[in-house]
Design a protein. Structure first.
Length: 145
């Protein structure tokens, strides 16, 4: 049980989660934004293009998937810094940033449900991933759950 609470477990899992997040965000950015007229792989019944290209696909002039890529890269950076230095405040920073991403993800989910009334499967996967990162980091940082 002690291993699960060590950085030898936490950091690689955080890296894997962040790499998956980068892959999802990069795919959404390159396949939809750069190829607006082409076909995009998306689960049957979901409306990835409609959601991504809606007016809610950007906040403060920045595309949501670019913000996501920066977020995941920053998590990798902070995780690497923690792995090298073992400074516990870095995990607290990761937890705080992950909480912010989780809350922003809930906001984006509510937009899909209540405003757009359309769903993007890959966006939902990213929301699930952000939720997982938030709870996983809270579990590691504060030994809750």
């Amino acid at each position: 049980m002690q291993f699960i609470y060590s950085e030898l477990f936490y950091v690689p899992v955080l890296f894997i989660q962040s790499a998956v997040g980068i892959a999802i965000a990069w795919y959404l950015h390159t396949s939809i934004r750069k190829n607006k007229n082409g076909t995009v792989w998306c689960v049957l019944g979901s409306h990835c293009k409609d959601v991504i290209l809606s007016s809610y696909g950007r906040h403060f002039g920045v595309e949501n998937e670019i913000v996501g890529i920066c977020y995941y890269i920053f998590l990798i950076f902070l995780g690497a810094m923690y792995f090298v230095t073992h400074l516990s405040f870095l995990v607290d920073c990761i937890a705080l940033i992950a909480l912010g991403a989780f809350l922003f993800s809930l906001y984006l989910l509510s937009l899909q449900i209540f405003v757009l009334r359309k769903y993007c499967f890959l966006c939902l996967c990213a929301i699930a991933l952000n939720t997982l990162i938030c709870f996983f980091t809270a579990w590691f940082a504060f030994r809750i759950f």
